[in-house]
Write a protein that binds this ligand. Structure first.
Ligand code: AMP
Length: 284
């Protein structure tokens, strides 16, 4: 039976006991509205940890003023059942007032890698993510924490944060989980109309096309970016925010595909903003 802990002090006490028994703690932070992507992280955590803690916390500090904090889907009952099935031991569900009490005012700000991609259009987003993840790490003290490649820039930011601040936790990146037709699973997919959902398949198709180009020997970053931009731009319901290629995990500008590069896209379908990505690797 999965245990639900809401208080920070109770969570700390639980972890203290677990650590006394020398057990390895795997941690999966989420905002709930769980889908197969989240559950894959949990199963991965379960396979290499003695105790799995998943947090469900819709973090207000990572949403911009005009973003969907209030509307973000909250599906607590389904989430608890899903966690149980995925082998989670403890669901940590802190309250906003406990995480951000009156007078709270300390931020974690990761530089450089937060300035591009989603950092451009979502100012303050990664500051909110880095801050809440630091707070959660301090409370849960995991040995390993599991994050999805779906949010590849987030993984890069958190890896840098952990390295820069000497945090004693290993960040594990788990591949993107997709629907059968290729759409990357996301809690925000529920916002899409049927037409938008069909149109959104252009994302995974374009990424697969880019991979095909690289496999055929194409190495020119501008060429690949233009091809992807053209394909997505040709979809009438798609409104491209960015199509970018950077070295991975450094997120430096590159002109040619060599080693690993991240091709990342952010595209709006109506009011719904979707992101997707692929890591391209040139095998010389
Ligand atoms: P969220 O609840 O959206 O904050 O996501 C919690 C974690 O699940 C993050 O590490 C995400 O990257 C990860 N995640 C979300 N969608 C997917 C997916 N389709 N495949 C793999 N991981 C995912």
């Amino acid at each position: 039976m999965v245990t639900v802990i809401e208080s920070i002090s109770e969570m700390r006490e639980f972890i203290k006991q677990v650590k006394l028994q020398n057990k390895r703690v795997g941690f999966v932070p989420t905002m709930g509205a769980l889908h197969e992507g989240h559950l894959t992280l949990m199963r991965e955590a379960q396979s290499v940890s003695d105790i799995v803690v998943a947090s469900i916390f819709v973090n207000p500090t990572q949403f911009g003023p005009n973003e969907d904090y209030d509307a973000y889907p909250r599906t607590w009952q389904e989430d608890i059942t899903a966690c149980q099935r995925a082998g989670v031991d403890v669901v940590f569900r802190p309250r906003v007032v406990d995480m951000y009490p009156e007078g709270w005012g300390t931020w974690i700000s990761v530089e450089q890698v937060t300035e591009k991609l989603c950092g451009q259009t979502r100012p303050g987003h990664f500051r909110g993510v880095a801050t809440v993840v630091t707070k959660l790490f301090n409370i849960v003290q995991p040995d390993k924490a599991f994050f999805g490649q779906k949010d590849a820039q987030q993984v890069v930011v958190l890896m840098k944060m952990v390295r820069d601040l000497n945090m004693n936790v290993e960040i594990v990146m788990v591949p993107i989980v997709r629907d059968e037709d290729g759409l990357a699973k996301s809690s925000r997919n529920t916002y899409l109309t049927a037409d938008q959902r069909t149109a959104a398949l252009v994302l995974s198709c374009s990424l697969a096309f880019a991979q095909q180009l690289v496999r055929q020997g194409q190495r020119d970053v501008d060429f690949i970016r233009n091809e992807v931009q053209g394909k997505i731009g040709a979809e009438p319901l798609a409104n491209v925010e960015y199509v970018e290629i950077y070295s991975f995990p450094e997120l430096q500008e590159v002109r040619t595909v060599s080693g690993k590069v991240l091709l990342a896209v952010a595209v709006k379908f109506g009011a719904t903003r979707l992101i997707d990505n692929i890591i391209l690797e040139a095998k010389e």
